[in-house]
Design a protein around this ligand. Structure first.
Ligand SMILES: Cc1cc2nc3c(=O)[nH]c(=O)nc-3n(C[C@H](O)[C@H](O)[C@H](O)COP(=O)(O)O)c2cc1C
Length: 151
């Protein structure tokens, strides 16, 4: 199973590429967008993203398989908030969690931070793949080749 959260649709392309390679079921996670007061547009936008609370999974199956993929963006050096809610809300104690995380310029620190979040949630961390989105996300065909080489 592949669970993904996306805000600006970049991770969605990566999750779909992963789905094409593995044939695993794709599940979208959504988070309520919060209204935040701030003194300028950018401060408001940043705060509303960072304070996204909760996470919903559509058509969540009753049991999780032994290994799942969790895909989403990196925000301020951490896996995006809704992904953390997802980890907290489910019984993942017997699950190994692989990640595909997208970011403008992902770093090794982001990989380590994701690993810690997964382990703190009580699950086992698997492979953590990072995809640099820069200004434009690579095309799906390029991502498929890229991910195929990593998996
Ligand atoms: C509030 C915020 C913080 C971000 N922080 C980081 C970061 O620390 N490192 C990084 O590489 N990208 C960062 N980004 C960029 C996003 O991770 C990147 O654009 C991602 O691919 C977006 O995924 P999505 O389109 O699936 O939402 C940040 C974006 C936002 C909105």
């Amino acid at each position: 199973m592949i669970f993904y959260y996306t805000r600006t649709q970049k991770t969605k392309v990566a999750a779909e590429a992963l789905h094409e390679i593995t044939g695993l079921g794709l599940y979208a996670l959504t988070a309520p967008v919060s209204e935040v007061k701030g003194f300028s547009f950018w401060v408001k936008a940043f705060k509303s993203v960072m304070s996204a609370k909760g996470c919903e999974v559509h058509n969540l199956p009753d049991t999780l398989p032994a290994e799942i993929y969790l895909c989403g963006p990196i925000w301020a050096g951490e896996m995006a908030g809704p992904l953390k809610y997802f980890l907290r809300e489910l019984d993942i104690s017997k699950t190994k969690i692989h990640c595909v995380l997208t970011g403008m310029q992902p770093t090794e620190k982001d990989r380590e931070s994701a690993r810690r979040v997964i382990e703190r949630a009580g699950a086992q961390a698997g492979d953590i793949h990072l995809i640099a989105t820069q200004k434009t996300m690579p095309e799906k065909d390029v991502l498929i080749e890229h991910l195929r080489a990593l998996l």
